[in-house]
Design a protein around this ligand. Structure first.
Ligand code: GLP
Length: 260
């Protein structure tokens, strides 16, 4: 696991640079996209690269991590709409190239299985962008999630519903109780995982992710078992790391051409 501690704009630049490198060498790459506020600076940087440096997403495809159950198709907080608005419409993905689990499916288990099949049929995710919840969830894999889980329905914790109420005009009652999420094993199948976390509220989760024991109580800790994970954190999110100085020195010593 590589941890990079830097200013938020540098983190966004690094993550977008990794996506750029991937797409320049393989224009039909498969991206894993995450919602939440943490990845937004990465998406803004990708838009800049698309507009100013001709980075093309026309042959790429993308899979989102998760979706609320029951939000109407046009609801602005439906995650497929959020991803469309924040990134995929802005960089010109081809119609039909962006996929998300169907939170309105009549047969939820069948929809989850179909999502797993679609990721497999696309050849798997080349690069997965991830955020992390304050309780250590990734996607919507809440504490207690099976470390071997696949796409399925989950019940959101009160903590997550409270955290996410800000996207629903501060009204926790408007936040759905259920979601569909890629499982931890689904996420672990991505070839490169880039997790971004900024701000003091993430410091405990980041500490557990990087330095804690692997445990379903902090689902993100499963990433310690992945061969290619990059954790991008600012000073506030790194404030509880025992290895903070080590990570700072390794990044300072790293040749700039190396990328992530
Ligand atoms: C939601 C999403 C996660 C995201 C998390 C953190 O719960 N399902 O994928 O990582 O929020 O969001 P933020 O980056 O806004 O703190």
């Amino acid at each position: 696991m590589e941890a990079v501690i830097a200013a938020p704009d540098e983190l966004a630049w690094l993550a977008a640079g990794a996506i750029e490198k991937l797409l320049r060498s393989r224009p039909d790459a498969v991206l894993g996209l995450a919602t939440g506020s943490s990845p937004l600076p990465i998406y803004d940087e990708l838009v800049r690269l698309h507009v100013e440096a001709g980075l093309s997403f026309a042959r790429a495809s993308a899979f989102t991590l998760d979706e609320y159950v029951g939000l109407p198709r046009k609801h602005p907080q439906r995650y497929l709409n959020v991803i469309t608005h924040e990134i995929t419409d802005r960089v010109g993905f081809a119609p039909g190239a962006v996929h998300g689990p169907d939170g309105l499916a009549a047969d939820i288990p069948a929809a989850c299985a179909a999502y797993e099949d679609a990721i497999m049929a696309a050849g798997g995710v080349d690069l997965q962008i991830l955020g992390i919840g304050t309780d250590g969830h990734v996607g919507f894999n809440e504490p207690g999630s099976s470390l071997a889980s696949r796409t399925r329905i989950k019940t959101l914790t009160e903590q997550t519903r409270t955290d996410n109420a800000r996207f629903f005009a501060g009204d926790i009652n408007a936040v759905p109780h259920h979601c569909l999420t890629q499982g931890l094993a689904t996420i672990m199948a991505a070839r490169h995982i880039v997790l971004i976390a900024t701000g003091r509220a993430k410091a405990d989760a980041v500490h557990q992710l990087v330095e804690g024991p692997v445990s379903a109580m902090w689902p993100a800790t499963i990433l310690q078992l992945h061969p290619h994970v990059t954790v991008l954190i600012d000073n506030a999110a790194a404030s509880r790391l025992q290895l903070g100085d080590y990570f700072r020195s390794t990044y300072t010593a790293k040749p700039t051409w190396q990328g992530l």
